[in-house]
Design a binder for this molecule. Structure first.
Ligand SMILES: [Fe+2]
Ligand SMILES: [Fe+2]
Length: 329
């Protein structure tokens, strides 16, 4: 989950490229990885910082809606699983901040941009998690959509990002399965539990479809990112794949996807489905979702509460360096 608001200019034709840019594009076309100290166009570096930074922020902010349920998990086993899942997301954020740092931006700068509202995270996390069934639907749908986005990014052109994605994807598939396992339990439970599962699907279906970003016809920024292999598929391609994969899973659970127009289309070999309400998408992106203020407020508070510890680490490092200097005299 990331990249939904990444903007870049239209891609250059070969005639418009400088010799350096041509050589760079040829390397990418050959499938070579670009590594941190190597030459890269400024636009490539900037687009990657935004994309990886947003992705990192999404992992970290994404801990909040599920962290909310750790103390209320119904059994010790469920609690241990959810705790492990939420900790994984912290790890994903850290790999990705490290990958972004190799592009010459500091973690502090990225945090400042997030806290000032100048960098986004995935809008899905601005929706509340109201019941335990939401833990199932989030794992199943939100991590499911994240996998759909991230599996192709394992082949992205920037080495550190690609390697982070390989590791992250392994954990994401566990997240998706734990979510589906919760949904299964709820769907096979009492009528009230089944209603909770259906209600969670009803609320999270369209926000999950929004995770792939605006429709291709409104997303004019991806040509350059595709040429650079920073983006591997269009938003609509990924959304279609997600729907095709998820509908049979909902059927298996005995739940109904909240879309009266959902229909198998034999000719295209995929489902026809209703688009999300894009005005809601842009409204949430603009800061007006149900939880935007809470989410950002929680992150800013955590950052401020941790200031003393970061300061103490710096002082400790300085004292240790001074001691080493004295010992070396
Ligand atoms: Fe993650
Ligand atoms: Fe995840």
């Amino acid at each position: 989950m990331y990249a939904q608001v990444v903007k870049s200019e239209g891609s250059k034709t070969r005639d418009e490229m400088t010799p350096e840019e041509l050589a760079f594009q040829d390397r990418i076309d050959r499938g070579e990885k670009i590594e941190p100290k190597e030459w890269m166009p400024e636009g490539y570096r900037k687009t990657l910082i935004r994309q990886i930074g947003q992705h990192a922020h999404s992992e970290i902010v994404g801990q909040l809606p599920e962290g909310n349920w750790i103390t209320r998990a119904p059994t010790l086993e469920r609690k241990a699983i959810l705790l492990a899942k939420v900790q994984d997301e912290a790890g994903h954020g850290l790999y990705l901040y490290s990958a972004a740092e190799t592009l010459g931006v500091s973690r502090d700068e990225l945090m400042e941009l997030l806290h000032a509202g100048k960098m986004k995270y995935s809008s899905i996390f601005n929706y509340p998690t109201l019941t335990w069934a939401d833990m199932g639907a989030v794992g199943w749908l939100v991590d499911g959509a994240a996998i759909m986005n991230q599996v192709p990014l394992q082949r992205t052109s920037y080495g550190p990002y690609s390697r982070a994605m390989i590791r992250i994807c392994k954990e994401e598939s566990f997240h998706q399965r734990q979510g589906y396992a919760i949904m299964m339990k709820m769907a096979q439970g009492t009528p009230a539990q089944k209603r909770m599962a259906q209600d969670a699907l009803n609320r999270l279906w369209y926000p999950s479809l929004m995770m792939f970003g605006p429709s291709d016809k409104d997303s004019v920024h991806s040509a350059q990112s595709m040429a650079w292999k920073i983006k591997m598929n269009t938003n609509d391609e990924l959304r279609q794949k997600f729907v095709d994969q998820t509908v049979p899973q909902a059927e298996y659970l005995g739940l109904t996807v909240p879309d009266p127009d959902l229909k198998w289309n034999e000719e295209k070999g995929g489902y026809d489905f209703s688009e999300p309400d894009w005005s809601e998408f842009y409204d949430v992106l603009a800061g007006n979702g149900p939880c935007n203020k809470d989410r950002l407020g929680a992150r800013v508070k955590a950052w401020e509460d941790g200031a003393w510890f970061r300061d103490a680490l710096v002082v400790h490092a300085e004292k240790a360096a001074a001691r080493r200097a004295v010992a070396a005299e």
